[in-house]
Design a protein around this ligand. Structure first.
Ligand code: ADP
Ligand code: ZN
Ligand code: ZN
Length: 742
């Protein structure tokens, strides 16, 4: 590189994973500038204070706002090519502004963990075993006294194109035997770049079904608009063949050499989704979710970044995956709140994906049986194309929803007589029952019969949940665990009893009522281990007759063809929530769970146990369905000036001290409110619903406006104010743009 070019950008602006909302200037030493072409998106090592940190170059610059004497040189360059592409850098910068979050944290969030730690952005190499000419010809009997070597050589002889170390360990071949054979000159090893494509087996791809007219219409619309930015809301009842529609569109784009990103809410969904995609496409598919090891995630990231992977299936953080030929983003179950990150960098993967697609001029497809109120509004206002599927695909029918009035009834283990009778009949027909209870553990409360003592968390304002199987008391808010006790710590009485029931209790009790029926529980406790979910769903598919008990995990996207009865144990949960989104969530959950019934040829039936059978919401949902319910709900939101008609930002503060967070937010309001635009409305500060969590006292202030610009300005002022003020206090604050919880 010429001297002239060298002096062009003597400075770089670096993002560091620190909570400061700024970039840091460093000098480029000549020795580095001579040998490398620095670009935004490359990682560098720099000195920050006294410690060495990894950072990402955001910009090259001719000047620095700092005294040149004080600007330190960068220590070393980590990459030859950017790990954050230009496209993703722009997305990160947009997100940092929109969510008022420190840019360094955003950029580091966009990278896989190993790259954050400095790992090279290169495919790992793996050793492959090959026979030498002697090894290929050697008769195996000659090794009969060394059976391990014999097995090893035999396996490699059978793989003329080589056997990977990974395959050798799958085949249980002894590594020491391989080394001995190598020393004898019978085998040789060769490192090869890790690349899933090499191990792919050609398989029969499935013949897709003939689309029904609704599916056909949706598919044609999507195909017609597949080369430009647009958002389509594929709003189809559960089992209406939404997946089938986007598989068609994906197939076309993949034929055209494009990559498709499919976002799914939870890992629980991925085994089934992956299988379905694998059957359908003979192409490279990678998964990206939190249940993978850091190395596996980096491998998936590299396969996507190299353009090798044509289909990327991932959870929230996959919104940032690099894909040079990205042709479409699909967001399945778009209403799911797990797309929103609830701590740290509080972004919404759906909104981010839409922004990304807009910049790339590619389409976004949002699919759901219960679209979010935000997306429905966009559909109603014609910003999104609203594609409806109202028939179930094939011969399946929409299940019938029936309310079971619990008032004055005797319940057996929480079930009405009607529910138990229906369950018995269903099992006699060799079909499956799904029981929904959104409460894991054995019981939500442990109480003393003598003095009324209740087991509560020491760090949060909540009761501890009883987990009998694990013999523990567990706080579901801060994760504190204690041994289950049998004596009251207040009065030493041994008459402790549980109140209420969770999934674990229902499982235990039903196993005594239905002795020979397999009972499978699906909740966060039973699916903790890797692949546990895949094993459970496998079991469900193996049995004809079965009882499935689960929390909201069961409600999401699963396809259990033999489930014909769904029992919603407590339809009232969430009906009287203090959060204005409570009704939307309840309706989505009930509709999604109900949608698990009768997905194949057999008709489905849904029982909702309720103490409020005449409640307008429950009645509307059962008789008129989700869309009607949501449109009524939106009218109410509009009349109350609530989102999505008003935009909202919540500022959260927390402190170990009881009043500090509240006082700080009040002082902020006092200082800033006179400066805010008239279009901005403030509520609070007020205490969080659960004030104390993990020892922190939490307060919040809500700010809303019909217009983004004044809201954004006010938020910026609050952010600056808080950054100044919290330096002296031990208070943490967070800004939550478009919050989903209060
Ligand atoms: P959704 O994504 O809306 O829940 P799916 O696409 O999973 O629906 O379809 C539900 C079931 O119906 C699947 O087993 C699918 O293979 C089948 N299916 C989808 N479309 C058709 C069709 N046009 N004809 C017959 N079966 C279909
Ligand atoms: Zn007691
Ligand atoms: Zn706790």
């Amino acid at each position: 590189m010429s001297e002239a070019l060298l002096t062009l950008h003597p400075y770089i602006k670096v993002a560091l994973p620190v909570p400061m909302r700024t970039l840091f200037d460093y000098k480029v030493p000549k020795a580095i500038a001579l040998r490398h072409e620095l670009k935004p998106g490359m990682r560098v090592k720099v000195l920050f204070g006294k410690s060495s940190r990894l950072g990402v170059i955001v910009a090259l610059s001719d000047t620095s706002d700092w005294d040149p004497e004080q600007v330190k040189p960068l220590t070393s360059l980590q990459d030859e090519r950017p790990v954050i592409t230009q496209e993703l850098m722009a997305l990160c910068e947009w997100a940092a502004r929109y969510y008022h979050h420190p840019i360094g944290d955003v950029i580091f969030h966009a990278l896989p963990v190993l790259l954050r730690k400095g790992e090279n952005a290169e495919f790992r190499t793996e050793n492959w075993w090959f026979t030498t000419p002697q090894g290929q010809q050697l008769p195996l009997e000659q090794l009969s006294r060394a059976p391990r070597q014999q097995d090893f050589l035999k396996a490699v002889q059978q793989h003329p194109h080589g056997l990977s170390q990974h395959a050798a360990s799958v085949l249980d071949l002894a590594p020491a035997a391989g080394k001995t054979l190598e020393e004898k000159g019978l085998l040789r090893r060769e490192p090869r770049s890790f690349n899933k494509g090499g191990e792919k087996h050609a398989h029969q791809t499935q013949v897709p079904p003939t689309l029904n007219p609704e599916q056909m219409h949706a598919t044609e619309h999507l195909l017609d608009h597949r080369h430009e930015f647009n958002v389509a809301l594929l709003d189809g009842v559960t089992g209406s063949g939404k997946t089938e529609v986007f598989l068609r569109v994906m197939a076309r784009l993949i034929e055209e050499g494009k990559q498709v990103l499919v976002m799914v809410p939870e890992i629980g969904l991925t085994p089934q989704t992956l299988k379905r995609f694998e059957i359908r496409f003979n192409t490279d598919i990678v998964l990206m979710h939190s249940n993978m090891s850091d190395r596996e995630r980096l491998d998936a990231w590299l396969l996507a970044a190299s353009g090798h992977a044509k289909i990327i299936i991932g959870t929230r953080s996959a919104a940032f995956i690099p894909a040079p030929n990205l042709g479409m983003i699909v967001i399945d179950e778009e209403h799911d709140t797990s797309y929103k990150q609830h701590e740290g960098f509080r972004y919404h993967a759906r909104d981010l994906a839409i922004k990304r697609a807009q910049a790339l001029n590619i389409p976004v497809l949002l699919a759901s049986a219960t679209p979010s109120y935000e997306s429905l509004t966009n559909g109603l206002q014609k910003r999104f194309a609203w594609l409806k599927l109202r028939q179930r695909a094939g011969n399946a029918h929409i299940p019938e929803m029936e309310r079971v009035d619990l008032r004055g009834k005797t319940l057996v283990h929480g079930f009405s007589e009607q529910a138990l009778a229906n369950m018995t009949l269903c099992l006699e027909r060799k079909e499956q029952v799904l029981i929904f209870l959104n409460r894991r553990g054995y019981a939500p409360t442990l109480m003393c019969h003598q003095c009324g003592w209740i087991a509560a968390c020491d760090h949060c304002d909540v009761n501890l949940t009883v987990h009998k199987r694990a013999n523990k008391l567990h706080c579901h808010h801060c994760d504190t665990q204690k041994a289950l006790i049998h004596t009251c710590p207040e009065c030493q009485s041994e008459e402790l009893f549980t109140v209420g029931e969770g999934t674990e209790q229902i499982e235990t009790q039903l196993s005594t009522l239905f002795k020979d029926v397999p009972i499978l529980r699906i909740d966060r406790d039973s699916t903790q281990r890797k692949s546990a979910m895949a094993k459970l769903t496998q079991k469900i598919h193996e049995h004809d007759q079965a009882i499935l008990i689960g929390t909201q995990m069961l409600a999401k996207g699963h396809h259990f063809p033999n489930v014909t009865l769904v029992i919603i144990m407590d339809a009232d949960a969430g009906l009287f929530s203090s959060d204005f989104r409570g009704m939307e969530r309840t309706a989505q959950l009930i509709t999604q769970v109900a949608g698990r019934a009768g997905r194949a040829k057999k008709p489905g039936h849904v029982l909702l146990q309720t103490y409020h059978p005449d409640h307008a919401a429950i009645e509307c949902l059962c008789n008129l369905g989700y869309e009607h319910f949501a449109i009524d709900g939106l009218a109410e939101r509009k009349s109350l000036s609530l989102p999505p008609f008003y935009h909202q930002v919540i500022v959260r503060a927390e402190s170990g001290n009881e009043h500090e967070a509240m006082q700080l937010l009040a002082a902020m309001r006092n200082d800033l409110e006179p400066l805010f635009s008239k279009d901005v409305y403030l509520v609070g500060p007020y205490a969080a619903i659960i004030v104390r969590k993990a020892g922190q006292h939490r307060a919040l202030i809500s700010i809303k406006s019909a217009h983004r610009v004044p809201l954004h300005q006010a938020t910026q002022m609050m952010s600056d104010w808080l950054e100044q003020s919290t330096r002296q206090h031990r208070i943490r604050f967070a800004i939550d743009v478009d919050p989903l919880e209060t």
